[in-house]
Design a protein around this ligand. Structure first.
Ligand code: MLT
Ligand code: MN
Length: 309
C-alpha cells in the first residue's frame, strides 16, 4: 500500500495568506529550516495506479500538479483521472473545499459520515459534482467498508470511528453544549489494504486521547495524527488568534495531556504529525520543539512524504 502526504499543514497552509507571525514570515523569506506546506490531505493506493484521497483540501489542484501519480493516465482516453474516491474526516474548510476541483463530470465516489454528507447536501455549490457521476456514500461508524469509485473496487477498506472533536467552525452553535457537536462531526479512519491485510490510521483532528482511542491505536503499524499545535496557548502568545487548542478541538503535542505523552503509553510503530498549524514551533526545523518531537520518536510530516506499508 502506498501513502502520500499531499498536504501536511492545517487550515490556512504554510504560509497562511494573512499571517505575519514568525513562522509564516520566515517561510515567506525562504529562511533555512522552514518548508512551505499545503493544506491537509493524504492519498492512498493499493496498486499504485488508482488512488483514494483522504480529505480534499483547497490546495488540491496544486497538489495534483506536483504529483504525477495523480495525473490522467496517457492511455485511458482524453478525460480520465486516477483519483477514484475521496474520504472526508470532517466538514472543515481545509478538508472539503478541494471537492470543487474534482468537478468536470469525472466519476468518483465521495465518502463521509452522515453529519459531513449533510453539510455537503446543504451547500448547493457541491452540486457541481453531479450526483449521477459522483455518488456520496455514508461511512458507517465502527464498521469496515470497501472503497469503490468509477466502477472499480480499489482494494482498500476504511473503518471510520468517532474521535473527540468539534463540529466545523462555520457550523458552531454557541447556544448548544459542545457548540452543537455530535458523533460523526470528527472521525478517524483506519485504512486496510485487502491483499496484504496491512493498515494505518489517519486522524488529522482530535481533541484528546480517550481510552477507546488508545485501545484502538495500540499495536498500530502507522498513525498520522493531529499535529496542529505544540502548546495549548501558542496562538494567543504569538498574537495570532484568541483561541486555545482545546477551544478549536485540537490536542497539543507537548504537555502531560499532549499527544507525545499520550502516545508514550501506546504501542505504535510509526507516528507522523500532519495538519500542522502555521503557529507550531516544530515548523522551524532547528527549534527545540522540533528536536523534542523527533527525540520522542515522532516524524513531522511534509508535503510529498511517501510511505510504503
Ligand atoms: C480546524 O482544523 O480547526 C479548522 O480547519 C479551522 C478552520 O476552519 O480554519
Ligand atoms: Mn483543519
Amino acid at each position: 500500500m502506498l501513502i502520500r502526504v499531499l498536504g501536511s499543514s492545517a487550515g490556512g497552509g504554510f504560509p497562511q495568506w494573512n499571517c505575519n507571525g514568525a513562522n509564516s514570515s520566515a517561510v515567506r523569506k525562504r529562511m533555512p529550516g522552514f518548508t512551505p506546506r499545503t493544506q491537509s490531505s493524504l492519498a492512498v493506493s493499493s496498486d499504485g495506479v488508482d488512488w483514494v484521497l483522504l480529505n480534499a483540501s483547497p490546495d488540491l489542484r496544486q497538489q495534483i500538479n506536483v504529483t504525477p501519480a495523480l495525473w490522467p493516465h496517457p492511455d485511458r482516453g482524453p478525460r480520465n483521472s486516477p483519483i477514484k474516491a475521496a474520504v472526508l474526516t470532517n466538514g472543515d474548510v481545509d478538508h472539503i473545499i478541494g471537492l470543487i476541483n474534482l468537478r468536470e463530470a469525472q466519476p468518483l465516489s465521495v465518502y463521509g459520515s452522515n453529519r459531513v454528507l449533510a453539510t455537503l447536501a446543504s451547500n448547493s455549490v457541491f452540486q457541481v459534482l453531479a450526483a449521477e457521476k459522483v455518488p456520496r456514500i455514508e461511512l458507517p461508524l465502527g464498521r469496515k467498508l470497501p472503497i469503490t469509485g468509477d466502477g472499480i473496487e480499489l482494494g482498500l477498506t476504511v473503518e471510520a470511528f468517532p474521535v473527540p472533536g468539534k463540529v466545523a467552525l462555520y457550523l458552531e452553535d454557541a447556544t448548544k453544549p459542545g457548540f452543537g457537536s455530535e458523533a460523526g462531526d470528527t472521525i478517524g479512519l483506519e485504512v486496510t489494504e485487502r491483499k496484504s491485510g496491512k493498515s494505518f490510521f489517519y486522524i488529522p483532528g482530535c481533541a484528546r486521547m480517550d481510552d477507546a482511542l488508545a485501545r484502538r491505536l495500540d499495536g498500530a503499524a502507522l498513525v498520522f495524527f493531529d499535529g496542529t499545535l505544540y502548546t495549548e496557548d501558542e496562538m494567543l502568545k504569538q498574537g495570532l488568534m484568541a483561541k486555545t487548542g482545546s477551544r478549536m478541538g485540537h490536542m497539543n503535542m507537548s504537555g502531560p495531556d499532549g499527544s507525545i505523552a499520550s502516545f508514550a503509553q501506546i504501542k505504535v510503530q510509526r507516528r507522523v504529525f500532519v495538519h500542522i498549524n502555521n503557529s507550531n514551533p516544530v515548523l522551524d526545523e532547528n527549534s527545540d520543539a522540533r528536536k523534542a518531537v523527533e527525540a520522542a520518536g515522532w516524524e513531522v510530516g511534509y508535503d510529498g512524504m511517501e510511505i510504503e506499508l
